[in-house]
Design a protein around this ligand. Sequence first.
Ligand code: HEC
Ligand code: HEC
Ligand code: HEC
Ligand code: HEC
Ligand code: HEC
Length: 294
Amino acid sequence: MRVYKAILVFFCIVFPVIAFAEKAKTIDELAKMYDSSRCKSCHAEIYAQWEKSHHARPLMGVADGLMLVPVVKASAFTPKDPKQATLKNFPCVKCHLPQALISAEDSVAAELSEALLAGDKVKVGKLQITCIVCHNEKAIVHRLQEGNPEKNVIYGTKNIDSHPDKTFTKVKKSVIMTQAIYCGQCHGTGPNFEFENPVQCATLYGSYQHSYIPQGGFQTCQECHMPMVNGKADHLIAPNWNDKNDSSARLSKAINLDVQTLGYQWLRKAGALTPMVVVNTKISHTAGHRIPDG
Ligand code: HEC
Ligand code: HEC
Ligand code: HEC
Ligand code: HEC
Ligand code: HEC
């Protein structure tokens, strides 16, 4: 009996500690857990592309505008006291920082609130959709069948028995990595009704499924947005809105404005010619979904 009690006490003490130790209490701890800087030494080109991408600065906003400031200042989610903020004050992390939901304590949300109010871009900028977020956490969607992503596995486009990274020692094929559903996890289908106050941000995946595909489109997000550069999928995943010249060039290539005009004279009554014009405009584009989104 005593042994049984001792075991029970052991479990009561040890388990909460373990569960607790698995979650990050600070922004620095969370950033460290998903830190992908070591991937750079072997995947330099992909790393350089990713660093310039929006996925590398998902809480910064276009031109580092700190777009989460309105959430903590004046929204349905604004905490009464930023020091008391919890992850519930940030429904945005579902897609902008999914690792927070599984690996962060509420104290990270409180620290984030304070950093946003202080305009601390260096701190907010540490929170990224890193290589590990995409190649581990987001690599499996059908978890009842396939289970959760394994801790020491990087998921990619093929199986590789030994991968020379110190933590991720294997590469396994993810069945969704090259499919649109993979991007759809964050690129949205409509309002997110699971929150007490539903929020709607990106809905582009909805438009891909309900407009592009039914109209006969068959390319994936990856085929259009991650073309091969030197034999590897481009991780800039353009557009990068901070690069205005490149974005304008892309949009002017993708959007067509077709204008047809007919000028004529309307003979209302003898001798009274009224000049008239008919203008037909048609805007079309080559994207696999509505643009702009959001
Ligand atoms: C369903 C996933 C999802 C949720 C939830 C979500 N976002 Fe987004 N958000 C995205 C994606 C993906 C983009 C970029 C692509 C796009 O705009 O189509 C984006 C873009 C943005 C942009 C424009 C780009 C920029 O960086 O300035 C802002 C601002 C933004 N989100 C704010 C928020 C805020 C604030 C919340 C929470 C209240 C939130 N989002 C919740 C997925 C989401
Ligand atoms: C010491 C070098 C090294 C480090 C560090 C490293 N990798 Fe790799 N990685 C490789 C090699 C070599 C391959 C095999 C290349 C091949 O066969 O295409 C590979 C393969 C991969 C693949 C599979 C490619 C595919 O075709 O699907 C992915 C994904 C990947 N690495 C991601 C990462 C990530 C993420 C990190 C950081 C956490 C990382 N790697 C760190 C060397 C490294
Ligand atoms: C973990 C969630 C997540 C996944 C998975 C994801 N994205 Fe994103 N993506 C985002 C967020 C959040 C942003 C906006 C970041 C910001 O606010 O600047 C974004 C930005 C972008 C942008 C830049 C344009 C814009 O409006 O911000 C493109 C293009 C893009 N994503 C395409 C893709 C494609 C293609 C895939 C699949 C290969 C993909 N994303 C997978 C969350 C994700
Ligand atoms: C937004 C999610 C996302 C992020 C962030 C991301 N990847 Fe990927 N990665 C993908 C997808 C999707 C593919 C498969 C593209 C394809 O082949 O269609 C891929 C493919 C790869 C491949 C195989 C490339 C090839 O074409 O052979 C490697 C290696 C890789 N990623 C490494 C990395 C590294 C290293 C980082 C961080 C610097 C990183 N990825 C960040 C989504 C991501
Ligand atoms: C047929 C090619 C094609 C497919 C398929 C496609 N896109 Fe796009 N996408 C484009 C083009 C073209 C643009 C306009 C900007 C550019 O040229 O880079 C764009 C723009 C975007 C933007 C910026 C949206 C904005 O607000 O202007 C995001 C985010 C994006 N795509 C994500 C995705 C995701 C996620 C998928 C898959 C669900 C996808 N795309 C499928 C071609 C495509």
